[in-house]
Design a protein around this ligand. Structure first.
Ligand code: GUN
Length: 294
């Protein structure tokens, strides 16, 4: 069996179109333009590309975007002061500090300085805690994009065995929580999975991943998930973006695994475009939440 390729780029295009329409309607009603402020510290080449693509997506959907740059050797206080200014600015609804930060900056301290209502990445402890308790405000963009992809493809996760490989704060942990929760923004079919989280020290990894009806690979190692680790017919979601020479490859050995899996996301063109689409979703939601009575 050859897997069905899940076209994340096309689904992200649908979501972006829906959000553009919704943004236009909300702007016409309220006279407010949702605005995302992106903060880029240094000139990390991949971060430059990601931030530019997020800004372009905002503009195409009718949202405003700002870019605030600080030099790689900036003082922590300069970044904290910039965030404090953006927190106070009523014209800014979402704040995104692009990661990774230079190593002299304390990531947790920086992310916790973003006002939770403007935290469109959903990295603040308050927003993470809300997801953990099953009462989310914002959902982190990559896991939310994956849930959207599954929902819009008609793949149910309720009652299924889900295995998440990777325990990062950005993808692995929130993905596991969202799949495990009793309900989701898209209904109970997109939640209620039985979830196992694996990581770099998991013993017998292949024995565990072979149990998975849904396998999410978010470990950051090129072609780490091989065909022998996948249950025939499984849904395989590849979150990895790794540069190997000139090529971008995922965390899954796509060519071999597509012969075993039932569904699989490609890299590029799978999960990546959905992450950007869900950032627009969160920015529009942030503008709405901050203007409930205006
Ligand atoms: N770096 C890699 N992914 C992300 C993301 O989703 N948000 C931010 N802020 N930085 C990232």
């Amino acid at each position: 069996m050859v897997a069905t390729i899940l076209d994340g780029k096309a689904i992200a295009g649908d979501i972006r179109k829906e959000l553009a329409d919704e943004t236009q309607a909300w702007k016409a009603k309220r006279g407010i333009t949702p605005c995302l402020a992106a903060v880029l510290v240094g000139d990390h080449p991949a971060s430059e590309v990601y931030v530019r693509s997020k800004q372009r997506a905002c503009e195409q959907a009718g949202l405003e975007s700002q870019l605030h740059r600080l030099p790689a050797d900036c003082r922590e206080i300069d970044l904290l002061e910039l965030i404090a200014r953006l927190n106070q600015d009523h014209a800014v609804h979402g704040i995104l500090v692009q990661l990774p930060l230079p190593s002299h900056l304390h990531e947790t301290k920086i992310l916790d300085a973003i006002h939770p209502m403007k935290d469109v990445d959903a990295f603040h402890a308050e927003n993470v805690g809300r997801i953990c308790q099953g009462r989310p405000r914002y959902l982190p963009c990559t896991p939310h994009g994956i849930v959207q992809l599954l929902h819009r493809t008609g793949i149910k996760v309720s009652g299924k065995q889900a295995v998440v490989v990777g325990r990062s704060d950005i993808v692995g942990k929130p993905m596991a929580m969202m799949l495990m929760n009793r309900d989701s923004t898209l209904g109970p079919n997109c939640a209620n999975a039985t979830v196992t989280v694996c990581h770099s020290r998991t013993a017998g990894l292949g024995d565990i991943t072979r149990q998975a009806d849904l396998l999410v690979a978010a470990i950051g190692k090129p072609r780490f998930v091989t065909a022998d680790m996948v249950k025939p017919g499984a849904v395989v979601i590849d979150v990895g973006i790794n540069r190997v020479g000139e090529q971008l490859v995922g965390d899954v050995d796509f060519e071999a695994v597509k012969e075993i899996a039932g569904h699989i996301t490609p890299v590029p063109g799978g999960v990546g475009p959905l992450t950007v689409a869900m950032l627009l979703y969160n920015t529009l939601l942030a503008a709405k939440l901050q203007n409930m009575s205006a």
